[in-house]
Write a protein of this length. Structure first.
Length: 87
């Protein structure tokens, strides 16, 4: 399994746990996935009306860094940042 599949599986599980009325079935991450990083984790976000009604605003899924620890390269800048943040 590659990292995209792992992130997609985690995101799909989290989306299903949110009990949201999707206008389009959530299918996981894509090759052009939009995201940003916070001190807590990776945030995947989707445009208004992409999966949820416009009245819901942006649909976001946060994946905590500890949920990604098994796929992060130990020497990556992200791992060093995480270690610095949580000392």
């Amino acid at each position: 399994m590659n990292y995209t599949e792992i992130v997609s599986d985690i995101a799909t599980q989290k989306a299903n746990e949110m009990n949201i009325n999707f206008t389009t079935p959530y299918t996981g991450v894509t090759d052009t996935q939009k995201f940003y990083l916070t001190p807590e984790g990776l945030v995947l976000y989707y445009q208004v009306d992409e999966f949820t009604p416009a009245s819901s605003g942006l649909f976001r899924i946060t994946i905590l860094y500890n949920e990604l620890s098994n796929i992060l390269y130990p020497e990556s800048p992200l791992v060093r940042l995480i270690q610095t943040q949580f000392r």
